[in-house]
Design a protein around this ligand. Sequence first.
Ligand code: UD1
Length: 421
Amino acid sequence: MDKIIVTGGAALKGRIPISGAKNACLTLMPAALLTDEPLTLTNAPRLADIHTMKELLSSLGCEIASLQEGRVLALGTQTISNHLAHYDIVRKMRASILVLGPLLAREGRGVVSLPGGCAIGARPVDLHLRGLEAMGAVLDLRDGYVDANAPGGLKGAVFEFPMVSVGATENLLMAATLAKGTTVLKNAAREPEIVDLARCLRAMGAQIEGEGTSTLTIEGVDRLGGATHRVVADRIELGTYMIAPAIAGGEVVFEGAERSLISSFADKLEAADVEVADVDGGLRVRRKNGAVRAVDFETEPFPGFPTDLQAQLMTLLTLAEGRSTVAEKIFENRFMHVPELIRMGAKIDIDGSTAVVDGVSELRGAPVMASDLRASASLVLAGLAAQGETIVNRVYHLDRGYERVEKKLSACGANIERVSE
Ligand code: UD1
């Protein structure tokens, strides 16, 4: 198993290109099940989760060619040869549930294993299922699978999400494109990945209004066609790397970055005395005056502060002047980076879903254990600033969401390497 070894203390200088968004790509790929024509995705990230989605779609009859070293994915589903998403794949990646809406919409049938709990909490899929039921699907839950049927096809419906869910919004949006009549999704998620999906579906011939707002209106069409679509930039990869010059010092330009993807996060960085400037082709980040200041924040659905950047900003705040309060409002169990940061010298107290961080003057390198994707990223960031060597074990978590983290950071002068055992 690979390890990442970081020796802290080097200030960073250079440019980091931002890849296409993992979470957008994971919902754009299942959209290929909605049509028998080719869907080509450009700017795809090369990540383990994308590989898992390829495996799942192939098992359903989708043919996939990876071109330009995996940057371009050409997907074609002339026929759906299988309606079952097996537990062995779904357990690896919860986003597998996103095939259910397209399967039901095109074929009137889909059988998908229910994802179990995962490291960051229970994460049920009840909203996906309730929305599909509102559109006329009949669900049978047994042996850990949901067997969904809509023999006469899905029907448009008005569905209000009781809480904002990114995945459920994506699943219902895809399902509604081929349903009979009009679907109105209220209290829908507004994340840039939803906007990206809506744009792609529209290029395929779907009739959608309201993406980026909390009400989506979809007029079902009889069929969708092929399209070529460029995957939006990964705002979570961007936010993660933006912490690097803030915690280690120096300055880095992020190519292909747009502030609008990440404004709530950029506002918090600025409040912490880190400058985020629009420059030609991207964003530049550096500290304003040397020290970083404490800030309070809580995670919320977009356009609020993303839960997927909570661990990374908290890591910066371990070295800030003063006390910061961090409230995690989206997922339970999302403080698994905290015990590892404490082992590196951070001062953090957890009370339920709130963490209180008292800034310290230095972190010390240590062997640490990565527990989930974003927690792992935060430990690499801590290592950039820590005295001595930090060894991040279980790097496979990191590889699910970051393309060769060590290459992007060492190109800016970080002392970081991957060691395979
Ligand atoms: C997506 C992202 C993930 C991000 C999360 C929140 C992908 C592949 N993953 O996950 O990186 O952290 O959005 O921004 O895009 N919930 C229910 N019932 C449901 C669905 C969700 O109770 O049927 C709850 C969840 O437990 C959680 C909250 O709703 O507390 C938000 O989850 P959701 O937005 O659905 O997250 P994902 O789509 O799984």
